[in-house]
Design a protein around this ligand. Structure first.
Ligand code: SAM
Ligand code: SF4
Length: 485
C-alpha cells in the first residue's frame, strides 16, 4: 500500500462521536478562559482550603486549579510545594519509579513544527530497528538494570499496530541472567480501537499519547491540516479509544512551550475528568509535562512562543500534583539535573536516567544527533541518579507487580485513592531496589542504598509486609529474583 493510501485510512472519526458532549469536545476553550478570569485574584483563605482538599487526596475542580495557577503569594506557594510532597508521599511513599525510553523508529508521515522527526526535516537520518538491533538495545538496557520501557515510534506505515505489537512481544522475550523487561509502555500515534486490541493482546503496559497543545488555534498552526496529526479530535480521544479496547492504563501529556502553560494545565484536568466520566472514575495512569527542547534543524524550538521558565515549570508541576493527587507524574531527562533536583520533591513519581533517544543509541553507546528527536539535558547514568535519590532519602523502584497482578486501571485507582497502594508498592519497591543494588549498582551506590533500604524495611508495618519482605530479601540475597507481593 502506498504511504498516501495508508494515511487516508488511519482516522475513523465515527469511533469518537460517542464521547462528544452535544457535538463538542471536552476541551472547552471558553470554560478554561472564564475559570482563569474568574479566579484571577484568589483569596488566600480559599487557597488554603484548596490545599486541604488536595491533602485529603481529592481531585480538584477546574475553578480550584485555576485559583492555584493564579496565586501570586510566595508564602502560599511554599505551602503548596510542601503539600505536593505530602500528597505524593501519602499516595506513593518515598519511592520513584524508573523507566527507560527506547526509540524504535523515527520514520514519520507528520510534520509537527517542533519535532526533529518531522517529515520535512531532511537532516534527520531515518531508521527503524531490525529485530536483531532491537534485541541488542534491550540487552544493553537489561545490563544496566532496567525493567520498564517506554518504546517510542514515529507515525508511519512501517510502524503501525502490527509492528508495535511485534516489537513489544520481542522486548518481553529477551532475557539474560536474572535480567528482563517486565513492563513495556508505548508512546506512539493514536490508533483505532481494533489496533489497540492488538497491543492489549501482547501485554502492553501503558499507552501514552501527548496532546502537545490543547489550544485549537495553536494546534492547527503547528500540525498541518493535510497530515494525520492535523486532525485534533482524533488525538483528543486517542486514549478514550484505548480504554475502550481494554488498555486500562493510559497516559496523557502536554508539550509545554507551545501555548500558555495555565491553559494546558486546565486542559489536562479536563482531559482527566473526561476519562473519569466514561471509564468508571478511572483517569489517566500518568501525566507527562515535557518542555520543548532544541532539535536538529528545527528553528521553532529556538524561540518558542510560550517558553516556560524554570520557576513556572516548578509551579505547574505542583499544581498538577495537587489537582490530581492519585495520578503518577513523569519528569524526563529532557530536564537538567538541577531542575530535576528541584522538581522531583514537589510530587514527581516516575523518571528516566541514563537515557539515549537516538535510534540504536544504547547498544552503540553513542548519541546520534542526526537520528535523535531532540536533545536531552540530563546525561547522568542510571547509577548516578539512583545514588542521588538515595541521598535525597528516596528508594528507586523497578516494580512492575501491579501490572502483572492485574492491579491496573480502576483497580489501581481504587488502591491508590485510599492510600493502600503503599501496602504493596513500598514493599515491592524495596524488593526491586535490592535486586538493582546487588546486580547492577556501583559499590558506593550499593553501600548507601542498602542502608536506606534497611531503614525503609523498618518502617513497614510489623505484622504484615515487614516480615514477608525481610524473608524475601534473604531469598534475593541467595540468588532468587522477581519476588513480589
Ligand atoms: N510520534 C508519536 C506522537 O507524536 O504521538 C509519538 C512519539 S513522539 C516521538 C513523542 C513526544 O515527543 C511527542 O508527543 C512530543 O510531545 C515530544 N516532542 C516532540 N518534539 C519535541 C521537542 N522538540 N522537545 C521535547 N519534546 C518533544
Ligand atoms: Fe512525528 Fe511524533 Fe515528531 Fe510529530 S511529534 S513529527 S508525529 S514523531
Amino acid at each position: 500500500m502506498s504511504s498516501d493510501a495508508w494515511v487516508s485510512g488511519v482516522i475513523r472519526s465515527a469511533e469518537d462521536e460517542k464521547y462528544l458532549e452535544n457535538g463538542r469536545d471536552f476541551v472547552d476553550e471558553a470554560l478554561i478562559g472564564s475559570e482563569l478570569e474568574r479566579n484571577s485574584n484568589p483569596d488566600p483563605a480559599r487557597i488554603c482550603d484548596i490545599i486541604d482538599k488536595s491533602l485529603a487526596l481529592t481531585r480538584l475542580d477546574p475553578s480550584e486549579t485555576a485559583a492555584l495557577l493564579n496565586c501570586r503569594d510566595e508564602g502560599l506557594w511554599q505551602r503548596m510545594y510542601e503539600a505536593g510532597l505530602k500528597v505524593k508521599q501519602s499516595v506513593y511513599g518515598r519511592r520513584i519509579v524508573f523507566f527507560a525510553p527506547l526509540y524504535v523508529s523515527n520514520y514519520c508521515v507528520n510534520n509537527c513544527e517542533y519535532c526533529g522527526f518531522r517529515s520535512s526535516n531532511r537532516e534527520t537520518q531515518r531508521s527503524s530497528l531490525t529485530d536483531e538491533q532491537l534485541r541488542e538495545e534491550i540487552l544493553a538496557l537489561i545490563r544496566k538494570g532496567h525493567k520498564r520501557l517506554v518504546m517510542v515510534y514515529g507515525e508511519h506505515p512501517r510502524s503501525g499496530a502490527d509492528f508495535i505489537a511485534h516489537t513489544i512481544r520481542l522486548a518481553y522475550s529477551v532475557k539474560e541472567g536474572g535480567g528482563e523487561i517486565r513492563r513495556v509502555n508505548v508512546n506512539a500515534a493514536p490508533l483505532c480501537v481494533d489496533d489497540y486490541r492488538k497491543l492489549k493482546e501482547v501485554g502492553i503496559g501503558t499507552y501514552q499519547v501527548f496532546q502537545e497543545t490543547y489550544h485549537p488555534a495553536t494546534y492547527r498552526k503547528l500540525h498541518p491540516a493535510d497530515t494525520v496529526k492535523g486532525d485534533m479530535r482524533w488525538r483528543l480521544y486517542a486514549l478514550h479509544r484505548a480504554q475502550e479496547a481494554g488498555i486500562d492504563d493510559v497516559a496523557i501529556g502536554a508539550l509545554f512551550g507551545l501555548y500558555d502553560y495555565r491553559f494546558e494545565v486546565m486542559a489536562l484536568l479536563l482531559h482527566t475528568m473526561s476519562l473519569e466520566k466514561y471509564f468508571g472514575g478511572v483517569g489517566p495512569h500518568t501525566i507527562s509535562f515535557p518542555r520543548l527542547e532544541p532539535a536538529l534543524n528545527t528553528p521553532y524550538t529556538e524561540n518558542p512562543a510560550h517558553r516556560v521558565s524554570d520557576e513556572q515549570f516548578r509551579k505547574l508541576v505542583t499544581v498538577l500534583r495537587l489537582s490530581v493527587p492519585y495520578t503518577g507524574l513523569i519528569l524526563t531527562a529532557r530536564e537538567s539535573a538541577e531542575i530535576r533536583r528541584e522538581v522531583i520533591p514537589v510530587g514527581v513519581t516516575q523518571i528516566d536516567a541514563g537515557s539515549n533517544i537516538g535510534i540504536g543509541g544504547y547498544s552503540s553507546g553513542t548519541i546520534k544527533g542526526e537520528k535523535q528527536q531532540f536533545m536531552l539535558s540530563d546525561p547522568r547514568s542510571l547509577d548516578e541518579v539512583v545514588g542521588e535519590l538515595v541521598d535525597m532519602g528516596m528508594i528507586t523502584s523497578f516494580c512492575t507487580a501491579d501490572y502483572r497482578c492485574g492491579r491496573t486501571g480502576g483497580c489501581f485507582m481504587g488502591f491508590s485513592k485510599s492510600g493502600k497502594i503503599q501496602g504493596f508498592c513500598m514493599p515491592n519497591a524495596v524488593l526491586t531496589f535490592a535486586e538493582y543494588l546487588l546486580d547492577y549498582a556501583s559499590p558506593a551506590t550499593r553501600e548507601k542504598g542498602w542502608v536506606l533500604l534497611e531503614k525503609e524495611l523498618e518502617s513497614l508495618p510489623v505484622d504484615g509486609p515487614r516480615e514477608i519482605v525481610a524473608g524475601y530479601l534473604e531469598r534475593i540475597k541467595a540468588g532468587e529474583r522477581d519476588l513480589y507481593l
